[in-house]
Ligand binder design. Sequence first.
Ligand code: FES
Length: 232
Amino acid sequence: MNYPEKIREQAEAILVRYPEGRERSALLPLLHLVQSHDGYVSDAGIAFCAEVLDITKAQVQAVSTFYTMYKREPAGDWLVSVCTNTLCQAKGGQKVFDALSDELDVAHNETTPDGKITLEHAECLAACDYAPVVTVNYEFFDEYGEDKAVELVRELKDGRRPIPTRGAPLCTLRELSVQLAGFDEERTAGLEGNAQGDATLAGARLAAEAGITAPAGEPDAPLLAKEPEEAK
Ligand code: FES
């Protein structure tokens, strides 16, 4: 496997984070590492992870195909995900997807011929209070109907990096994979970001106004509740 020395050094740095005998738990960051180099989890990446962890390629493949964040086909710099789950669907999620599919001339899980943009349907993106939701490399663009979503991908096609509604500034899928492998991203812009959305904070604000607080935790309490005496 022809990976550069830097990738091999980073793989070693990942392995030493795990206790002896538990190194195979490093498979998830290792898959992000090879994705950061190849732009997807290639067959070479599968073989590299198997070699590093001394497990079979079938075991690596089984994990890589379970999680949707690992791409098994070459993906674009920009992964555009359109939520078509219940609430977003009720607010036009499918229309957003269809508009982007027309604009980019690609279907679900396909990438534009220039290799820049991959489009996918997504299940609930955990931002139902901002439906319909689009993400680019998992950063949120809240309440993006058809027109705003089409403008968004036009900006990406033009080489610009639109500012997400919340969270960190956009980085490419490869740059993101470096972060997910557990390494600092070199761009300082990756550390900046917008504040949380007001809808997310509304519940906390109402609770504060009503004087409602969470019960105090017991820091030393065991993780599992004790069995009641009578149940023994
Ligand atoms: S249904 Fe779209 S974010 Fe939850």
